[in-house]
Every structure is written in C-alpha cells, then in structure tokens.
Design a protein. Structure first.
Length: 331
C-alpha cells in the first residue's frame, strides 16, 4: 500500500534505495494525494540514490512549496491590513502559522486556504472588514450560509475577488454543535505575537488544534499531513517541560483523549514506535488507505469515518435533519 510506503520513507529516507520504478510511482502518487509531496521533497533532499525523473518531480515540488509559502505569507499580510483598523487580535492557524513562525512543520508544507482565529464577539466586524477589502462569499446557498453562521466554528468561506484566494475566519476550533467545547478565548489569550501585528498559537496550542482537527472534526481526509505536522511539532519542541504544557493545554480544552491519540499515532508511524490500542489500529487503517497509484482504498473504513465525523459534529436528531435537507437539495 502506498500510504504505508510514504510513512516509511518520511520516517527513514534511506528506504528509497530499494525502490524500483513501481515503488517510486507509488511513493510520489501517495505523497501528492496526501499533500505531502513538498515535505517528502525536503526529506529526500541530497540523496544520491534517486532516479532522474523522480528528482525532477521532487525539485518541482520544492519550488511549488516555496511559491506557496510566499503566497500564504502575502495573503496573511493582506488580511492583516484589512483587519488592522479594527484593532482585534488575529491569530494565524495551520500551515500559514507554521511558515510565519519559521517552524519545521512549515518546511515543504502545502498550504491551501488562509485560516485565522478572531474573537467570536467580533466575528461580524471581521467579516465586514474583509468584505470591504475585496473578499466575497463562496456559498450563495441560504441553507449553507445559515448553517455556518448558526452552528459552525467559522464564517462561511470567503474568497478574494482579485487574488482568488480563500480565507476561513474561525471564532473557535470545533463546531458549536460538537461534543467538545474548547476555550477559544484562552487560545487567543495564549497567542504569541509576530512582527507586524499578527500572532500564532504557542506550540502546545498548535498541537492541540492539530489533534482536534484530526480526531474531533473530520473523516481523517488529509490525516497523514496533519499527523506529520504533529510529529514535526513534537520533534521541535518535545521534552518534559513541553509535555507538561501540552497536557495542561489539552485538559483545558477538553481534548486530552485526542492529543494522547495523536502522540501515539505520530510515534507509531513517524517516530520510534508506540503501543497502540485496538481502536488506534482502525485509525491507522484509515490513514494508510491508498493503493499503488495513490487512489483511495478501504471504502467501508472510509465510510465509517465519514459517518463518525458527522456524528461527532451534531446530535442525532440534528444530524438526521441536516442530512435530509442536504439530500433533498440534490434531488
């Protein structure tokens, strides 16, 4: 399975020495599918035992990641300029936060939308400022718009009319309907300022957010990239002092179970190993579900995690009503 191959090579780049043409195809296909091609390129940088065609693919991936880094930082600056007159705190999240803070997790990181966190009490003010600066709503459907505003942890997605870049404006890190309710104000209060007026979560906050996104708010799509983020954060900041800070942060936000699982899986797949629970093995099965061409496999496992993601987000009656409404709109 190409997912398992990708994990082995990220953990130990010397593994590529034994790859044939089919192995390289599987590795690169999985890395693209999991949005880890840039990270893989940096991990393999300098290795001599690499076919020329693979080297060209990876060189292109490194160049694309660098271009993405520059674009992400520019988009963050544009958001800063738009929101600066409001005086509200603006916290960068996910990939943009990693590259803005110069962290190892940002090296080669593929970055899509700009994700920011602002106070919930000022979310309308943030939206008005961004719309005034050229962002527009992506979701014109009234049901989707109302659903985001009433139940989600973010505004409906916005896209800039000229730069064609999306921004997700969060007021917390999990949907309001989720069973776990992190303390968003505490996250914002803990943020570390960067030069220029933006800020990022402290390392323990970044890891807690990554674990929440991976295990409490989704079907594990893109899960290997998120788990690699967690591994990189642990490798850069781990130690007894950090472990205590992380445990305290996870407990404060009700995410101890998710953080502990993220530590076990990161160690099992990318680190020195860990003892996994039977449930952990189901997560591994889902995370590694790619064939030799990078295509998704294990449909029932994926379906199970898809159903689980909705179950985590909503109470049963609300979930049934939501799925019924979405189904009717497709008919």
């Amino acid at each position: 399975m190409s997912g398992a191959l990708l994990v082995r090579v990220l953990r130990d780049p010397a593994q590529v020495a034994s790859l044939d043409a089919a192995g390289w195809t599987a590795l690169l296909a999985a890395a693209r599918a999991e949005q880890l091609i840039g990270s893989l390129a940096h991990r393999l940088s300098g290795l001599a035992s690499m076919p020329g065609a693979a080297r060209r693919v990876l060189d292109d991936a490194k160049a694309a990641a660098e271009q993405g880094r520059v674009a992400a930082l520019w988009e963050a600056e544009m958001a800063r300029r738009a929101l600066a007159p409001t005086g509200m705190p603006v916290v960068l999240l996910k990939g943009t936060a990693f590259v803005a803070a110069g962290l190892a997790a940002g090296v080669g990181r593929q970055i899509g939308d700009l994700d920011i966190l602002v106070p919930r009490a000022r979310i309308g003010e943030a939206e008005a400022a961004l719309i005034g600066a050229g962002w527009e709503w992506v979701k014109p459907d009234p049901y989707d718009d109302a659903y985001y505003r009433r139940w989600m942890h973010e505004l409906p997605p916005l896209i800039h009319r000229e730069r064609d870049r999306m921004i997700d404006v969060h007021h917390t890190i999990l949907p309001l309907t989720a069973r776990i309710a992190p303390d968003a104000d505490a996250l914002i209060d803990s943020a570390m300022p960067l030069a220029g007026g933006l800020s990022v979560l402290p390392p323990e906050g970044m890891l807690v957010h990554a674990a929440a996104h991976l295990f409490a708010d989704g079907d594990l799509a893109g899960g290997l990239r998120n788990l690699w983020d967690i591994h990189c954060l642990i490798a850069e900041f781990g130690g007894q002092g950090f472990d205590l800070q992380l445990a305290a942060c996870a407990a404060r936000h009700g995410l101890t179970r998710e953080v502990e699982r993220s530590l076990r899986l990161a160690a099992a797949l990318f680190g020195d190993g860990a003892r996994l629970t039977p449930v952990d093995h189901l997560y591994v099965r889902r995370l590694l579900a790619r064939d030799g061409w990078g295509w998704p496999t294990r449909r029932l496992t994926r379906l199970g995690f898809y159903v689980r993601s909705h179950w985590l987000r909503m109470p049963p009656l609300m979930l049934a009503r939501h799925l019924w409404t979405k189904w009717r709109k497709t008919q």
